[in-house]
Design a binder for this molecule. Structure first.
Ligand code: PRP
Ligand code: URA
Length: 206
């Protein structure tokens, strides 16, 4: 598995504002969208393209177009904050949903909903989940997607903990992780430190 930490100054500036406890829910959503654009651009950097032509107002020239079948799968709820950015950049993408919720006391994830396009095996699947904490949710989602036929899965996250990276690496060595930061550690409640708090709660104001 490869870990890609996207160290772009503009992206890191957005991350700083996402971390800030005084950032409002409204601003948090805008920032989540913006940082996702930059992460998705990096995560899709090497997807297959086909070369054709395009007519400019002046002449015909060679042009590259995305040729891969792409499926985006946001993990409910927090991953929804990244979906629109994904579709802005890859409008032809199909979309699946994976519902997971961590138990507040044990931090163990539970599957509660899933609906994905058919024939995942012929697609590059991008799992969207902003927080990779213990890695339990991501490992469960990847296992679920592979069980439904996916063969190429990439995780796009915003903040990861070393524990989550290690766990996903063990559970799914073929998965590539794209993230803006690998933070220091988890706290006793399995929240990422320094992190940005509860992403879903900050996104939806719950
Ligand atoms: C958060 C987050 C991940 C998960 C990460 O979701 O979006 O899915 O926790 O934690 P883990 O790596 O320890 O499994 P949460 O369960 O809080 O649900 P929500 O998105 O509905 O708020
Ligand atoms: N989920 C979050 O939203 N934040 C964390 O720090 C860990 C899990």
């Amino acid at each position: 598995m490869a870990l890609h930490v996207v160290d772009h100054p503009v992206l890191q500036d957005i991350l700083a504002r996402l971390r800030d406890r005084t950032t409002s829910c409204e601003e948090f959503r805008i920032l989540a969208h913006r940082i996702s654009l930059l992460l998705v651009a990096e995560a899709t950097r090497d997807i297959p393209t086909v070369v054709g032509t395009v007519e400019t107002p002046l002449e015909t020239t060679a042009a590259q177009r995305v040729a891969a079948r792409v499926v985006a799968v946001p993990v409910l709820r927090a991953g929804l904050g990244m979906l629109e950015a994904f579709l802005d950049l890859v409008p032809s993408a199909e979309v699946g949903y994976f519902g997971l919720e961590r138990d507040e006391t044990t931090a163990v994830a539970r599957r509660y909903y899933e609906k994905v396009p058919a024939d995942l095996g012929s697609a590059v699947v991008f799992l969207l989940d902003p927080m990779l904490a213990t890695g339990g949710s991501a490992a469960m989602a990847v296992e679920g997607l592979e069980g439904m036929g996916a063969r190429r899965v990439r995780l796009v996250s915003i903040v990861a903990a070393p524990e989550g990276v290690d766990r996903l690496q063990l559970a799914a060595p073929g998965v590539e992780i794209y993230t803006a930061a690998v933070d220091r550690q988890l706290d006793a409640r399995k929240y990422i430190l320094p992190g940005l708090g509860d992403f879903g709660d900050r996104l939806y104001g719950t």
